[in-house]
Structure formats: structure tokens, C-alpha cells
Design a protein around this ligand. Sequence first.
Ligand code: ADP
Ligand code: MG
Length: 396
Amino acid sequence: MSVTVQQLSEHFSSLTGRKPDGVWSAPGRVNLIGEHTDYNEGFVLPFAIDRRTRAAVGLRSDGIIRVTSTFDDTPVEIPLSDLDAARAAGKITGWSAYPLGVAWALGQHGADLTTVAGVDIIIDSTVPVGAGLSSSAAIESSVALALNDLWSLGFSREKLAKVGQMAENDVVGAPTGIMDQSASLLGAPDSAVFLDCRSLDATVVPLRLTNAELSILVMDTRVSHSHATGGYSERRASCEAGASAMGTSSLRDVSVADLDRAREILDDVTFRRVRHVVTENQRVLDTVRALNDQGPLAIGALLDASHVSMRDDFEISIPELDLAVETAREHGAIGARMTGGGFGGAAIALVPHARVSEVEGAVKEAFAARGFTEPVTFTVTPSQGAERNTAATPEA
Ligand code: ADP
Ligand code: MG
């Protein structure tokens, strides 16, 4: 379901009998470049997209948090002061673990859940679930910003990103990094968020796609990456083994100049895993520099090189992703790469506005010719991060 701010407010009123105190929203995200670098304390460059989760929130006087989603209208409620015990007992499950997890994690960061007001939260989203666009971070960030405002906590956005990550790690139980929440909270229109996963310093980098008349096309292969858990932990283990053989705690400390030595001391597979991470970190830095100095037309080759590195060195691509990337390049994309953890999911291409439909058609045709499931393609626009909306804010 996709509703306007006004309709969501009305929906809130029909469920609670009163008006919400406000509507907050937060976007999903796409990672432009920097893959499998986060857990190596490296660099990533995601951006917030024009698909958002909205949360209509109203205070209640009884200390209860009650959450409802338009995709499952059954409310879940619990006293805020019981959240910690419920979490410890593993009783917070299903989709409500995201908003309830955020309330719990705010408590862990210093909010006093025994004294703050209760809340009704009603969520609606245009971020597709499980398409690699982080619908989960969009929920976490919208709820975190809403409660931060309504409970007058004064937490920074960086702190709210940690709150979202903690909810996802310790309540939902997904061992994710902080990239998604950072993009969702810190994103800005026509910009990306450059994040140093070691220091957690984040900087907004102008993309200037509008001026260059470029679009970012997402090509979702619809191949689920759910079977990838083994591949993911294997890659993490290789990175740890490589770092320790190189005498460091993290591949962040290994530079491109160290790769000759790495080749001498590592076995071939570990070396290639290490080379991906080390060169990918460098590509993120080069992308940021190119964007600042020259603009987005200069980053095509870096996106292409990132894909080749994931395909050949990190070995996390699949034929569908390779085909999407190659076809997009043949039909006018200035650069393309798979995005996300790999083994499925989506690729992105940087495409001149005028050639977007040609690329979409060509990719679909190429998939049909190979007998692959029809991909879903759509453009995303780098957009504003989490914000408090007014009734006049148009639907994203
Ligand atoms: P994604 O890549 O989209 O973040 P995740 O598995 O991390 O995939 O998060 C998806 C989960 O987030 C869903 O299974 C659901 O529990 C929750 N979720 C996402 N959007 C909504 C929504 N609009 N309402 C309720 N829960 C949602
Ligand atoms: Mg997620």
C-alpha cells in the first residue's frame, strides 16, 4: 500500500480515535560503490532513495508502545518498561521487532523507558521488502527519528544510526553493519553518503546526477540471495585470515601497495579476496574524489572495475548479474555493477536519461534469450534522508 501523509494521518485517526502528533519518514538506500568493505572497517558510498517508509506517531499516556503496519493491520503492543525483559526472553518477533527494537535500543542509549510517554506508531512504506533496498533501515530510521523528537532525546543522527543498527543486531537478530541506517538518516538530495566504517565519520558527497542528465537504474534479478549465508561467512572468514596473515587486525590497514607482498604470502583464493577488499576501498576513495573534482560522468570506469573485482576476485556474482551489467554497458550505460552482498539481488547502472528505456528493454530481452526469470527494472533518485513531514509533503 502506498498512501499520502494525509491519508496515513487519517488512517491513524481511524485506528486510535485521535490525530497523530506527526508523521516522520525515512528512505531505503542503494550502495553506489564499496562492497564487502564495511566489515573490513573500510569505506562505503550509499545514497538514500526516493522510496520511503512513513511513521505516523502519537503519544499516549499509559507507557504502552503499540505498532501497526499497513501491510499487516494487526497491532502489537507492550509496555515500554517491559521491552528489555521481552527481548531477553526472545519474545519480540516478526516485523514488530524493527520498531520495538528501536524503542528498546533508544533505552540502551540512555532514554528512560520507565518515564517516557507511550506511543502509537502506524507504518506505511513504498520501499519494496527484500529487494536489497533496505526496507528494514527505512522502518528503523523513521521510528528512531520520531521517538527522538517526541521524547525530546536530542540524539544526533549518527547516534540514531547506531540505535537502528542495535535494533537490527540485537532484537531482529541480523548481523548487519551501520551503512543502511547511515544512508537513511544522513542522505541528501542528489548526493551520496561517504562512510568510513572504522571511525563512523560520514560526509555528504554531491552526485550532481540531475545536472549531468544521468539516471541510476536498478536491475533486480529476482534471484534470492537467501541461500548466500554460507558464502557470506566464508568471505568474511577469508578476509579475517588474510588480514591476520598480513599482520593486521583488519584489511583497512592493507593498501594497494601491499598487494605484492600479499600475493607472496597468501594462497591464491585468500589473495584474491584480499585484493577485492583493498582495491574496492581505493575505488570508493577514487569515486569520492572523481565526484568532487569532475562529476558523475567520471565514475563509470570505477563502477565497472568494482563489478569485475566482485565477479573474478571475490566471486560473489551470478550469471544474471553479469548479464545485466554487460547488457547495460552495451546499451549506453556509462558504468554498471552488482550491488549488495552478492549471489543474487540487483545490479545498478549509471545511464543517460535518454537511454534508460533502451537499457531496460535490452536487459529484459537478454534475460528472456537466456531463459532467466524476467528482471524488475526501475530508476532511483538520490533523495533526502529521514525527516519530519508535513501534510503537504507529496508522496515519494
Ligand atoms: P530489506 O533488504 O528490505 O531490508 P530485510 O529482511 O532486512 O530486507 O527487512 C525486511 C523486513 O522488514 C520485513 O520482513 C518486515 O519484517 C520488515 N518490514 C519492511 N517493510 C515493512 C512494512 N511496511 N511494514 C512492516 N514491516 C516491514
Ligand atoms: Mg535489511
